[in-house]
Design a protein around this ligand. Sequence first.
Ligand code: BYC
Length: 325
Amino acid sequence: MYTQGLDQTEPLGEDDLSRLSERFESKVAAEQKVEPTDWMPDAYRTLLTRQIAQHAHSEIVGMLPEGNWLSRAPSLRRKGILLAKVQDEAGHGLYLYSAAETLGVTRDELVEQLLAGTAKYSSIFNYPTLQWADVGAIGWLVDGAAIMNQVPLCRCSYGPYARAMVRICREESFHQRQGFEVMTVLAQGSPAQRAMAQDALDRWWWPSLMMFGPPDAESTHNDRSMRWKVKRFTNDELRQKFVDMTVPQAHYLGLTIPDPDLSYDGEYWRFGEPDWAEFKRVLTGDGPCNRERLAARNKAHDDGAWVREAAVAHADKKRARAVAS
Ligand code: BYC
């Protein structure tokens, strides 16, 4: 059982536990933030460590599909923007690994799990970026879905995660805008450019809807996560909000959402069922790019070994100099 602060070693009695648990529940109910040194139930710590780690891994693996187009961006301006965006994702990963570390895991442990293929990251990043419009579709749809999911996380009950999300969401808004602008230029361009934009929408639409997770009836963590105010909306609620926001944007672009069941009921856009069998295949490692993504992360980690060694050597030298003076 984790104790009040990470340094407490005395085992807690039943009475202590129920008092601490009551205090924790009322703090969450009162919308106060839980901080790293507060007592928290094991299950809360586990739930958050899992979600924040998966989120951090998603940001890091999420650099790969777009990184694929850095050397082939159609202009210097597009390249500069894409470079900045991909670097932002690395930063998001780092804020999130730091937030996870406040729960008692180390970044090294988490990275090891990612590299070994035992950790989850968002299903969306196991799809390929086949042509330039995919970069636009990722910004518009994937970052759009990310914002829909992540703005409520700014109100998450765990302080370090909530605070990291404020900064991340500001940057994600810029990412979404740049993606929509890429799509606008293509959609208003030549017939070939419009066809590229439509092709990207056709391939990224359904995987974007899957980003919100399984249907509520099949979500394992929804109930607990909602009760502890980690999640503020269920998977299905956020998916619906995303569709309602995005369909009018597609209409503005003159593009067609690839869903024959899409219809407006006067309040909401009703939509078809994503292919949940495909979602499960991607989650179990059998998506179009799962193996490629893991291989690329492992290679990047191995190639970066000298940087980590140099950083440690530099820190050792600085420490030795400080001791000597
Ligand atoms: N992909 O009980 P559920 C970005 C897993 S980064 C893979 O509903 P929960 C960006 C889920 O983990 C975007 N796995 O779970 C970066 C659980 O598995 P375990 C990433 C998924 O946690 C770079 C199981 O399915 N965003 O935007 O209550 C460039 C049952 O699900 C997925 C975040 O991580 C999925 N799509 O709800 C551009 C946001 N969905 O752990 C853009 C933070 C579900 O039991 N995370 N699973 O083995 C969340 O908000 C929630 O974790 C989720 C899932 C809504 C994703």
